[in-house]
Design a protein around this ligand. Sequence first.
Ligand code: ATP
Length: 243
Amino acid sequence: MPLLEVEDLHVAYGELEVVRGISFSVAQGEIVTILGSNGAGKTTTLKCLAGLLRPRRGQISFLGQDVGGHPAHEIAASGMALVPEGRQLFPEHTVRENLELGAYQSLSKGKRAEFDASLASVLELFPRVHERLDQRAGLLSGGEQQMVAIARALVSQPKLLILDEPSLGLAPRILDAIFEAFVTLKRRGVTLLIVEQMAWLALNICDRAHVLESGCITLSGTGADLAANPRVMEAYLGAGDSA
Ligand code: ATP
């Protein structure tokens, strides 16, 4: 049984249907990538998975349970964590406070020791975040903020980590560090679903990938298959005008 299974998912804003019947799955331990250009419906899909939008039609099954349309806090508590586009940190709060917010459910139950252990494991993954724990998040570079956003999602020890365009606006050197962290996470047993517009790094590390165009999946394959596909190269790997 896959960890996440999406079947014939439709999502609409009023009358405007922007996700038009997509199906895909993510197995335990995999990295799956969804590629798509601006407006393809990537963020809408992820918001629906995370419970921030209701599906118009179709099924979302997570850990064998139907979670389509369930509230976001319930889906998060079941082990799905979304790192949103634009990171959405609290800039005036310290990095440590931002991370504590990611674990509010266990902290509110008094599980401080559990949080400390989880935080230590996350900080090992991102030493730069460790160095900046007591600084205000808004003072960090874009790449460091992205690391904090990923760390905030990880402290809740999710079974599935979902990332909305983690590479957006970041310098190549920091991107390498972030994508290396994804590979380490996979080794640690975390399953990842990564949505990207720029495909190079994501296709390098993923097991399987799908291309989303105008709300439909138009191409699927292994990361290597898609990286070798001329159409994908032109649209998403920097060989064409749109990249
Ligand atoms: P981007 O990389 O630009 O975020 P995306 O693939 O994530 O692209 P979505 O943000 O899912 O795309 O948007 C898909 C379509 O839905 C777009 O045409 C967008 O204009 C539209 N859309 C997004 N949010 C809303 C909203 N709140 N109300 C109405 N239409 C929306």
